[in-house]
Design a protein around this ligand. Structure first.
Ligand code: URA
Length: 198
C-alpha cells in the first residue's frame, strides 16, 4: 500500500512485539484491499494460509468471503479486509483479550487511514473486540449500529459458515442487508444502480 502513512503503518506492524503472538509466526498479516474503501471487513486473526502468505483471508474462509462478496456483485478488490490481530495465534486458537488489546492500536491506525463508512465484523471475536464485549453472534448478527457516523454490523465468520452451512441462510440475509445499506448510502454508485435495483 505505497501511500503516505501506509508506510508508517506497515512499519508499525512489522516492528510490533506488543504481545507474544509474533514469536513463531512466518509473516505478519496487516490486511489488504482498497486503501480508501468505504467498506471494511474485520476478521479474528490470520490462519495457516494467511500466515504463510502474509495476506488476510486467503484460505478456505477467505475463498468463501470472496464468493459472498461476489453474491452481492462486489469485487473483493473494492473492499478492505483485515483482522483484529495481525499475527497468527498458535494452532488457530482464539486470540485472548490481552493480545487483542495489544493489537487494537494498529487496527485504529488502519481505520484512520481507510476511513470506511461501513464496518462488517466477521464473527463473535471481532464483534466483541470492536463493538461490545457482551455480543452474542446468534442473537446480535444482522443488526446495524451507528457510531460517530460509521455503521457497524456483525455477521457469522466464514469459517463458522463452512462448519455450519445451515447458518448460510442467515448470512445471506445479512449480505442483502449490507447491499441495501451500501445502496442507501450510495457508496458504490457504479456498482449499484439505485433506480433499478440491479
Ligand atoms: N480467519 C480470520 O479471521 N482471518 C483470516 O485472515 C483468515 C481466517
Amino acid at each position: 500500500m505505497p501511500e503516505g502513512n501506509w508506510f508508517t503503518f506497515e512499519e508499525h506492524v512489522q516492528a510490533c512485539c506488543a504481545c507474544d503472538l509474533h514469536r513463531g509466526i512466518r509473516n505478519k498479516v496487516p490486511g489488504q484491499g482498497d486503501p480508501h474503501s468505504p467498506l471494511m471487513f474485520i476478521g479474528e486473526g490470520p490462519g495457516e494460509q494467511e500466515d504463510a502468505q502474509g495476506l488476510a483471508f486467503v484460505g478456505a474462509a477467505g475463498q468463501l468471503l470472496t464468493r459472498m462478496l461476489q453474491a452481492i456483485s462486489l469485487p473483493r478488490e473494492r473492499v478492505y479486509i483485515c483482522n483484529v490481530v495481525k499475527c497468527r495465534p498458535p494452532g488457530n486458537r482464539t486470540p485472548d483479550m490481552q493480545e487483542m488489546q495489544a493489537c487494537l492500536p494498529l487496527l485504529r491506525e488502519q481505520f484512520l487511514l481507510v476511513r470506511p463508512r461501513i464496518i462488517i465484523l466477521l464473527g463473535a471475536t471481532a464483534a466483541r473486540a470492536v463493538l461490545n464485549p457482551d455480543i452474542r453472534i446468534t442473537r446480535d448478527r444482522g443488526r446495524w449500529v451507528e457510531r460517530k457516523g460509521v455503521w457497524f454490523m456483525a455477521t457469522y465468520h466464514p469459517s463458522y459458515l463452512l462448519r455450519s452451512p445451515e447458518r448460510k441462510a442467515e448470512a445471506w440475509k445479512d449480505l442483502q442487508s449490507l447491499r441495501a445499506q451500501l445502496m442507501a448510502m450510495k457508496l458504490y454508485p457504479d456498482l449499484y444502480d439505485t433506480l433499478h435495483d440491479n
